[in-house]
Design a protein around this ligand. Sequence first.
Ligand code: 39S
Ligand code: MET
Ligand code: ZN
Length: 773
Amino acid sequence: MIKTHVLGFPRIGAQRELKTALERHWRGEIDAAALEQVGRSLRERHWRLQLDAGLGFVTVGDFAFYDQVANLIQLFGCEPARFGFSGEEPALARYFAMARGTPARPEQPRGQPALEMTKWFDTNYHYLVPEFDAATRFSLQPERLLAELDEALALPATPKVALLGPVSFLHLGKSHQTGFDRLSLLPELLKAYAVLLDKLAARGVSWVQLDEPILGLELDQPWRAALRQAYEQLARGEQQILLASYFGPLGENLELACSLPVAGLHLDAVRGGAELEQAARALSAERELSVGIIDGRNIWRADLDAALARLRTLRALRGGRLWVAASCSLLHVPYRLREDAGLDAELRSWLSGAEEKLAELRLLERALWADEAGPQTAADATLAQALAENRAALASRRDSPRVRLPSVAARLAGLGADADRRASPFAQRRPLQRQRLALPAFPTTTIGSFPQTVEIRAARAAYKRGELTEAAYRAAMQREIALAVRKQEELGLDVLVHGEAERNDMVEYFGEQLQGYAFSAQGWVQSYGSRCVKPPILFGDVARPRPMTVDWTLYAQSLTPRPMKGMLTGPITMLQWSFVRDDQPRAETALQLALVIRDEVADLETAGIAVIQIDEPALREGLPLRQRDWADYLAWATRAFRISAGVAADRTQIHTHMCYAEFNDILPEIAALDADVITIETSRSGMELLRGFGDFRYPNEIGPGVYDIHSPRVPAREEMLRLLRKAAEVIPADQLWVNPDCGLKTRAWPETEAALRHMVEAARELRRAQAGS
Ligand SMILES: Nc1nc2c(c(=O)[nH]1)N[C@@H](CNc1ccc(C(=O)N[C@@H](CCC(=O)N[C@@H](CCC(=O)N[C@@H](CCC(=O)O)C(=O)O)C(=O)O)C(=O)O)cc1)CN2
Ligand code: MET
Ligand SMILES: [Zn+2]
């Protein structure tokens, strides 16, 4: 028997309907009932797509109004006590309170910060981090999930319920209590899972998919033992469990996974392809093997011939039984690309979004059926035609002259051995930069973006629709830049930025100006909550036809005598947040990107810009999931950064910026980037993150973020002072900068100005204290 399925489907909506509805709800424009209705209709639409594609199941449980991990916090009734919920509040209101934080109330004068948000493995999706401590109790609240299940049953459709598994749920959470062992909660959590599984079985659900993506990580013995304990216990119930792993090979966890007494095992055959045959042999015959052969992380059209060859081998090993799936949830790819208005016909034929991936699964299923059916049927002709079309599209991509630019390869080959080094070491660059910039102690700056207002977005949308001329658009963006410069001067910031008004996104903006990149009109992917990105598509060798930021930066610099920071996105972040080609190593693509950024640095410098920031927020996210693969990645990734910065003269100050990450485990490599200044996100951790930089004696200058930009909350001057004093305990004062955690594009102006005013006051207070001591 061949069965096809997906681990999850994108939920934001082909037209981002969920985003629109959520934001309207948060603004108070639509009530909870209207929002729920949007959720229901999206679920129904997505299930119908799965039904129409002939999948063996529709997947239930992948929908979330904010995040699938946050759903589990409510499903298992473990909302953190700090939110002070009485239980009287509607569940959805509590959910958004956890996701977005709560404003100050008389009984909670400072409000509650949201749950921490962190990267979902090595993706650009962020999940909300569950908080566990000794007082955590679980109490199953299955109403929402059961209601969704009933919707699917009513279609009618055969549902498979998909949830994060108990061990990954605990693993991905955190505890603020030192010494608390999250695994001590496992027995209670398992009881709740077991009750839920029974309820699902009673509703007639035949399969429950439990995701344990931590199987792709290096696990300590206690976590491995926890997986065994969990599945031995859960498998005792009625419910059949499909245990799902993705994002990498199982490696040393393969044997464990194959030996757990679950009814089926899903593996990522795209990133863990090498071990599929081994798993097919190791898994006992009565169990199902689900082969994730369609890439759930990237947008290239699948090579169906290759997939079929692979599946036939595996099917033979499995005695004819096999499930065929996408490697991971399709959450990470856009809805559809084959008809996207932003892409030309040739490119479209090379791509697959979520809908097209459903069709690919269907074709694989039909081809495998045809093997068994024997003699030619009428359906075979359409199948053969579809496979031929697939072959032709793949050949057109492989042979396309658009993909290769000989000049790029030649330039890389000719790159000097010292291209990744500045002319002199930091100690020599520093006095030259100090003299040129003449900054006060504790210099203040921001990370780049200022509020992306409705007006800015509307102007860009009108320009893209052809309703605004290029000149009018340019003038509108220049007005925004002038406004940002004026406000920064009024606030008294030291190193200014132009504010990035002209950028739709820090990656897409550059992609749009580079050869080798294409960008879709509707290829949205959820990044967190209602926020989406439209990753540009890197399909060929990268080249820069003309400078990308020089005009805007020079315009901004012309408005002020203060230093204007040029603002670029670094090669690794460009790589990580784009859909990149799969026909050459990522390391090579990174080098090509490094060269175009290098050229931009050179042009900004020639134009007289004295400070240039090369953002690398995704450097940490790109780390391989297993530590043993880190060194190789870090070697090429940091070299790519250094190649982009290495062209700068000693007197030009290079900044970099990183956020959303635990930096302490890669401090030597961060230091090896040799940026003159690094700004990092530290405020949510109360400067804890900085301690590592201090212990390591980080050699260059650092701007630890002094306030969280994810929340409209305006921190008091004293709060920032406290953080700065804490920072000064671990970092020498003459190395410290003062700045927010990250860019301010998601904020509005009033809170931005208020917070920056407090920040500048805090820096001035420090200077006074220093002068007086
Ligand atoms: N690529 C990327 N990844 C990242 C980050 C990032 O900045 N970029 N930051 C971190 C956090 N992730 C984030 C992801 C998205 C957003 C974000 O603000 N996204 C915006 C969209 C940004 C964008 O592409 N804007 C376009 C398109 C805007 C738009 O929706 N326009 C409307 C029309 C608007 C109108 O008519 O008024 C439309 O196309 O329908 C533009 O400004 O041009 C959103 O979801 O709202 C923020 C942080 C980590 N990962
Ligand atoms: C996610 S890092 C953002 C850096 C960028 N320069 C900004 O301020 O928006
Ligand atoms: Zn950032």
